[in-house]
Design a protein around this ligand. Sequence first.
Ligand code: 26V
Length: 805
Amino acid sequence: MSVISRDLRALVEEQLKYTLCVSLNKATNGDVFNAVALAVRYFQQDQFLGSQARQRAEKKKRVYYLSMEFLLGQSLRNNLMNMNLLNDMRQAVNELGFDFDNILDEEPDAALGNGGLGRLAACFIDSMATLDIAASGHGIKYEYGLFRQSFQNEQQIEHPDDWHSMHSPWLVEHHTQPMLIPIGGYIEHADDVNGNYNPMWLGWNTIVGIPNDYFVSGYRGSTTNKLRLYSAVASNSFNIHIFNRGDYIKAVSEKIASENISKILYPSDEILTGKELRLTQEYFLVACTLRDIFREYAETEADISLLPQHVAIQLNDTHPALAVVELMRMLVDEYSLPWPQAWEITQKTCAYTNHTLMPEALETWPVALFEKLLPRHLQIIFEINHRFLDDVATRWPDRPHLLTSLSLFAGDKDKHIRMANLAIVGSHCVNGVAMLHSELIKTHLVPDFYFITPEKFINQTNGVTPRRWLQQANPNLAAFLNQQLGARWPTDLHLLRQLEKKADDAGVVDQIRAIKFKNKSALSQIVSQHYGVTLDPMAMFDCQVKRIHEYKRQLLNILHVIALYLDIKENGKTIAPKVHLFAGKAAPGYRMAKLIIQLINTVAKKINSDPRIAGQLKVVFLEDYKVSLAESIIPATDLSEQISTAGTEASGTSNMKFALNGALTIGTYDGANIEIREAVGKDNFYLFGATAEEITKSRREGNNNLLYHHGNPQIAHIVDALISGVFTPDHDLFAPLHHMLTAADNYCHLLDFESYCQTQQQAMADFEHPRQWHRKALLNISRMGEFSSDRTIQGYAKDIWGINC
Ligand code: 26V
């Protein structure tokens, strides 16, 4: 028994006994998970306090990463690995008489995010700690994370996700540091003693924010940072006057109303419904964070004018864009700074990352709603807009149209605030998340902002943390890499390049193949246990896992599956075994996305039960996609589906995770696919489909559906299978999808369909030659070093935050 494992064992027993009050012989796996997590936290807290003291002593610039979402997944394995305690803890737990892998499985995923944006935030906090940046993440501790998904009659059903109903052992709640946040009320217009206009915000209610800290330990280093998640509680003073009037029920219901603020994560990404609670959540996050920033600042600095030297605020999309306004309010109203100075400080401190070009995802808020919740902030936005547009009018007197496109307000009667415009005006830097995306921001999304301030616009291509997405998710490949390259690759991913030399070594290629086979066997086990479908690990595993969205085109994928099916059934064609896996959630109110799920499940049921197909095609839609499921699917994938309509996917990050784990990509010329293809080599990437320019042209000309009506009759036959009774006797069920494809397809499925099918055929043919296939897989792995989130964060540090690391 190693010394460490003996100590760990004692620590776990101590936590069981004194914190959880459970005796070892009665402890469940859940109890042991909690005790182990608490024991790990013990080390993290130690390191956290050390890091804080050191960062303060060194007067390091602090980064505040504001995000409405942090999609963390499970933490135990991650923390143990980063702290280099995994093997010792495994031994300690086994010695206590428990199966360590079962203990790891006990942990519920923390699903405090919808998809790519939230997972990126989780990768970033890992990289910031690993790179020893003095940073903290700031978000909301939702009581309910993203809903749990199940299928009933092929349809998605949503269930509440009470991820920490058992209370997460990772969070330290700071009751003693409540933050008081004003909301509501009205403005009293008044003058100060000097006769200057001095409005007063009066009559507000108070929300109380309680910070909960989750520790983020860098990989094998000495830095532990924090992710601070705020939960809302009602304040007593808020209710006291109502209590005094004797209206007990009203007082209690108001208490419930304020606690609702951190109750639930909004489950719809890319579609905004303009809900009051959502705006309140965004303000709550921003107001709590800024109070923390000012409090921490005051601990080391007195001069507020130096804020931009010591603090960087990064806005993860426009959701926390109110930070610009709250910062102005604090500087002007509370610190009494003159407006121009406050504005300069604000712009130099804030920076904004855009994550989407989809018009329906761009946040706007009704002015009327704003006035009700945040009357003082609304005044400040009017003032920002007024001064900004005056300046524009002076500098470009001959371009009056700029005053409309750049305004922070849209519409005449039913006025809305444009949050992207606010975020851009209030920031010194605006970045996109992949090269193409950053170009499209400049040329299509906000060309007039680019015209007036071109220097603001930059690119930072996304990345993923190799610790979670390779080392932890794919221990077989990680062990192989350790043996080939040594143990430094997790923090220096460019070292993967050295593997390239082995591309023509058949023995090495065979090892890559064997690792993939092992991972596919493990996934097959999960699938057969949960779904009763037997998969052949020799088959090609073709996977598309991501949120269900028309623009991501799961429909294109299933249309190709239908084409294969009809070809086998009607034309007697045979194909080498192929498995199509899908996973992902649809926003509960997104009718088309839910119908796509139903279609895939319906097709899957038909194909999997057709004896003529057996051994050739299998289709499975895995329920309840989440980070931990992704960690099983990605290492087991041969072909990664990245098939969004060109110009719609800002970057994608699963595309990086797949390639890093040796999947080949079938993908469009979109988002980071373009850079991945450039990196891995065009012979090792299956490119298909129209470019963003061609898509724009086709939309303009209204040609998207021509192929159905005048093209290849085979295509019409496949599309008509949706309504002809092949899969369901109910001909109307999928008619809305059929109609979309043939009459009103903004995402150009049929435009790309032939190209997609041909490219699929090529991939299927290539898979018949395993040595060549896995040689390409090896080249993918070895050339993906660029896509570590460490590289991305180094870019943010240098180009946006002015930090050396
Ligand atoms: C919008 C809204 C609107 C209000 C309701 C809640 C909500 C939640 C999320 C969003 C926007 C989501 C944008 C997003 O997730 N973008 C993804 O960001 C990834 C990281 O940069 C990127 O890889 C994906 O391509 C992009 O779709």
